[in-house]
Write a protein that binds this ligand. Structure first.
Ligand code: DON
Length: 312
């Protein structure tokens, strides 16, 4: 059932969610990526974008945060655009792993399959699939152009984050080479890993992320620029991927309590999609032990519950 909601109701709900969660304690910044460990842990913002392009923002929504795993959604959309829904299903999968985002065990368990483009293994595989295969710079351009179209503005590489992550991504290196061994990478493994690391290091604002979520909610049309970024038929595919694996091993608990297909990142952002109604982003750096922002989760739950927006 598609709900209707007025702009004023939404604005009040965003302000209330911000006020209710702003002093919430708990969690800690991502500690395994040195740049993120040092980000101001007091940052907090919420943005909501409507299909008519209006945006409601409260707090630090113009801070340039590290997009991290939220970028998996954007590049999954690019892979869907370039490969089609069936090919993505066959080459990567659309299943929950029930395990942490960087799990090697999940790849072994699934019998060599990365399961979903929304965990590290599947996201590295998605980067390997991006066309034109074999050309790192052209692939990077395709990733950034697609993200720019979704965000309604360009992301900017945070070079310090990229260096920080490249120097410490040992687990992802293992994942890339394991996938290579299983013939589940479709381009050079080192190149695919580097593209993945670079895309995770892009700086974006919470407001831009909410606009990209609204493009998914509006069947592929960016509501701010008016550009049809991807085919409407792909929108339910990406929303189903988000619902299934957006919170990794806590995806079920999240859906049960928030009723919102969403995707988290260790930079502290979470995007959510209410199909037909709005795209949301909440952002705060301290994370729980699964790598999901404590305050952003609380804010989105508050918003969803206060407006009875549960998509189920
Ligand atoms: O690959 C990593 O570990 C990071 N670049 C991204 C992980 C991430 O954001 C997980 N999400 N909550």
């Amino acid at each position: 059932m598609v709900k209707t909601i007025t702009f004023d109701q939404l604005k009040t709900a965003v302000e209330n969610a911000y006020a209710a969660c702003k002093d919430l304690q708990g969690g800690q910044n991502a500690h395994y990526i040195p740049y993120l460990a040092n980000v101001d842990s007091g940052l907090f913002g919420i943005s909501v974008c409507l299909p008519d392009g209006r945006v409601i923002s409260v707090g630090d929504t113009d801070y340039r945060l590290g997009i991290e795993s939220v970028s998996k959604v954007h590049t999954a959309i690019l892979a869907l655009r370039q490969q089609g829904a069936q090919s993505l299903l066959e080459k990567i999968g659309a299943d929950a792993t029930g395990l942490p985002f960087n799990s090697i065990f999940a790849i072994l368990l699934e019998n060599d399959h990365p399961s979903t483009p929304l965990v590290n293994a599947g996201a590295i595989a998605a980067c390997s699939l991006v066309e034109p295969v074999g050309n790192a710079e052209a692939k990077w351009k395709a990733i950034v152009d697609n993200m720019t179209d979704l965000l309604g503005g360009a992301p900017q590489l945070i070079d310090e984050l990229y260096q920080s992550e490249s120097a410490t991504n040992f687990q992802n290196r293992s994942i890339a080479w394991l996938l290579r061994d299983y013939d589940r990478l479709y381009d050079d493994p080192a190149m695919a890993l580097n593209l993945y690391t670079r895309q995770c290091s892009l700086g974006v604002t919470a407001e831009q992320l909410a606009i990209s979520a609204a493009a998914i909610a509006a069947d592929g049309r960016n509501p701010v620029t008016g550009k049809q970024v991807f085919d409407a038929a792909l929108a339910p595919k990406i929303v189903s991927l988000m619902a299934t694996a957006g919170f990794y091993q806590h995806s079920g608990d999240w859906l049960y309590t928030a009723g919102l297909p969403a995707k988290t990142g260790v930079g502290g952002a979470i995007i959510g999609v209410v199909p037909g109604l709005c795209g949301l982003c909440a952002f705060a750096p301290p994370l729980d032990n699964a790598g999901n922002s404590v305050k952003a989760q609380a804010a989105l739950k508050h918003l969803m519950n206060s407006l009875s927006l549960n998509v189920f």
